[in-house]
Design a protein around this ligand. Structure first.
Ligand code: C5P
Length: 231
């Protein structure tokens, strides 16, 4: 199951397809986020799917249960492999999302929850959200609620993957951004792990953007990540 997901954080279709064209033999699992989806619309998902890539559609839905269920029902038609929502929407919303995403034959794409964004600090939680508990406790509680609502996993730091598995079980997936090579630039990611460390810590999927997309030889860096994390 372990895989490397490449974050396609590009502003338009041309830049995205130029990047994907560099890959001749390999078909990386890719992540399409809000920027690309909002600029190009659902066709960009269809086009990349047609090229043979698995897709994580990272739109982080958060609304009333009925609206999320109906939106997930639309996304189901795009035949993505993984998508997500905010656990903060609550268990009713998560259950409705899973229902909306379920295909006629009972299968559905992997559905992953965002617990607290990594941009949210304990100080922000206290000040803006009136949440007084420590971050770890909040994240693990959201993860358990996601699991109990029938979701498949959470987005978290590789450094939290072990705790999530301890709290929610080994088969509950951890999808982990914040991955950098030891000799690479961290950029704006504060808490990072290498692909090899992420594997050691129990991550199921690593999400890597700039270390691959901004490299002079993206294919070589992707193969290195694959080798360290999957092989
Ligand atoms: O370029 P970089 O490797 O930092 O990209 C990581 C990707 O994962 C980006 O698309 C970013 O939005 C996403 N992400 C993250 N941290 C989270 C959730 C998503 O970095 N907590």
């Amino acid at each position: 199951m372990r895989d490397v997901i490449v974050a396609l954080d590009f502003e338009n279709k041309k830049k995205t397809l130029d990047f994907l064209s560099l890959f001749k033999g390999e078909k990386p699992f890719v992540k399409i986020g809000m920027e690309l989806f909002y600029s190009e619309g659902p066709d960009i998902v269809r086009e990349i799917k047609d090229r043979g890539h698995k897709i994580f559609l990272d739109l982080k839905l958060h609304d009333i249960p009925n609206t999320v269920k109906r939106a997930m029902s639309v996304l189901k038609g795009l035949d993505v492999d993984m998508t997500n929502l905010h656990a903060g929407g609550g268990s009713e919303m998560m259950k409705a999302a899973a229902e909306g995403l379920t295909r006629e034959d009972g299968t559905r794409p992997l559905l992953i929850a965002v617990t607290q964004l990594t941009s949210t600090s304990e100080q922000l939680m206290r000040r803006d959200l009136l949440i007084e508990r420590p971050m770890d406790e909040v994240v693990m509680s959201y993860a358990r609620t996601a699991r109990d609502s029938g979701l498949d996993g959470v987005v978290c730091s590789p450094l939290e993957a072990g705790k999530v598995h301890a709290a929610c079980g080994k088969t509950f997936l951890t999808v982990t951004p914040g991955v950098r090579f030891a000799d690479g630039d961290r950029g704006d990611q504060a808490r990072v792990a290498t692909p090899a460390m992420a594997k050691e810590l129990g991550s199921d999927f690593i999400v890597m953007g700039r270390p691959i997309t901004a490299a002079s030889d993206p294919v070589e860096v992707y193969m290195r990540a694959l080798n360290d994390f999957v092989k």
